[in-house]
Write a protein that binds this ligand. Structure first.
Ligand code: V47
Length: 408
């Protein structure tokens, strides 16, 4: 290539993006190595606008972490405990079902259930958990179990992953979250999660889920011992998997929270790294429609800024998430729907409440003036959920500020 490559590697990437050419690993490295955050961000923002427009999605959801007992003890994880260790817990099926019931009573359309790899928990309880949630929440979407939990269930049941996923699907499972991916490269896994399933196995399990008609998400845990090349390799392997199956819905970069983990000597990620990683993800993952900024790991304010760096999704209300709580991420456990709407509008974008499959539950108009408390709500025609149910108007107790109070 021309001298341009050496003088200004980003100019080459910009040309490729403008001509719709797929980016290479070298382009990914150039983007990560660039010190011009705003230029990288602008490119990602442009691609985001072309792909998904100005809608920003969120979901009214609840995370349920049913057990922190885990045989893997990954070095980045502050959540896991050994069986019998102080702080170890396993919720009963009734407790999980009770939390799900509470969530749907509060308007949740998605229940996100994940836990540790707990071989003392019989598979029958896992199945009963999903069947029980399905019973009390017939219209909710159940997104549950990372690929590593599914592999553990298959091992316990002495069967294969396809069997487990088909069985859980028949009990009520709708999709799988993206956790457990970490960084795919074996050398990195050997350092941070030596007992966990391999990157290849993670990808295989997602391919199997897609083959069964289950949509899944993907994550990347960054900011520990990995290099930019490891991150690029991870993203390109995901891109390749999505080319093959078309089953991924969203990608979520997860900023490493070092506190209380075996890697607590490492510094946390910086704001620049968080925004750049998001932007590079949007640019390399040209076949993933949705890039999610997970506010619980970064804070709501940086998550709002991330909307200018390629993100189009803010996850959701979450309610309770023990993984980030144990690592003292310090950004809270829940956010009201009104607050999500407020920060999305304040970024000049259109808040769209979605269900787990990105069908519109309700679209909210852009606020008409900073000082106005006109919420500009504009339900779209037929904007009830996929079950034909109209969403109740939002009136969050304790919501503050323009556009947040009243009935957004
Ligand atoms: O699997 C664990 C990661 C994941 C730490 O699919 C950590 O919609 C940072 O996967 N610092 C759980 N990350 C969270 C997750 C997720 C979250 C939101 C939405 C979705 C989705 C998925 O968090 C784990 C692991 O990869 N993790 N410890 C830590 N100290």
């Amino acid at each position: 290539m021309s001298g341009l490559t050496h003088a200004d590697p980003l100019a080459v990437v910009e040309q490729r993006v403008a001509s719709g050419e797929r980016l290479s690993a070298a382009d990914g490295i150039a983007l990560f190595e660039s010190k011009d955050l705003l230029r990288v961000g602008r490119l990602a923002d442009q691609v985001r606008r072309q792909r998904v427009g100005d809608d920003v999605y969120f979901v009214v959801n609840r995370h349920i972490n049913y057990t922190n007992v885990c045989r893997n003890r990954c070095r980045f994880c502050a959540f896991s405990r050994a069986e019998g260790e102080p702080g170890a817990y396993t919720l009963t099926v009734d407790e999980v079902v009770g939390k799900a019931r509470e969530a749907v009573d509060q308007g949740a359309t998605e229940i996100h259930i994940v836990g540790g790899e707990n071989p003392t928990l019989p598979y029958a309880s896992i199945r009963a958990m999903i069947a029980g949630v399905r019973q009390v929440a017939p219209a909710a979407h159940i997104k549950a179990f990372t690929a590593s939990e599914i592999a553990c269930f298959a091992e316990m049941e002495k069967t294969d992953v396809e069997d487990v996923l088909s069985d859980l699907k028949s009990a009520g499972l709708d999709s799988m979250p993206g956790g457990g991916a970490e960084i795919f490269r074996a050398e990195v896994r050997a350092e941070v999660c030596p007992s966990k399933i391999s990157g290849e196995r993670w990808l295989d399990i997602h391919r199997i889920a897609h083959g069964l008609g289950l949509k899944t998400n993907a994550t990347m845990l960054y900011g520990h011992v990995e290099s930019y090349a490891d991150r690029v390799d991870h993203l390109l392997r995901l891109r390749e998997a999505e080319d093959a199956t078309g089953g991924f819905q969203a990608f979520i970069p997860l900023a490493f929270q070092p506190k209380n983990s075996a890697l607590s000597h490492l510094p946390p990620t910086t704001g620049v790294d968080d925004l750049k990683t998001l932007a590079v993800s949007r640019l390399l993952l040209d076949n993933f429609l949705h890039i999610k900024t997970y506010w619980i790991m970064t804070g709501l304010k940086p998550a709002q800024v991330a909307l200018f760096f390629g993100a189009d999704d803010m996850d959701g209300t979450v309610v309770e998430e023990v993984i980030s709580l144990m690592s003292e991420a310090g950004h809270g456990q829940t956010v009201s729907k009104a607050e999500l709407i407020r920060v999305i509008r304040d970024a000049g974008r259109t808040p769209v409440e979605r269900d787990a499959l990105y069908q519109v539950v309700r679209r909210y108009g852009a606020r008409r003036g900073a000082a106005s408390d006109d919420d500009g709500e504009c339900g779209v025609a037929g904007d009830g959920d996929r079950h034909g149910r109209q969403s109740p108007p939002v009136a969050e107790p304790g919501a503050r500020g323009p556009g947040a109070g009243g009935s957004p």
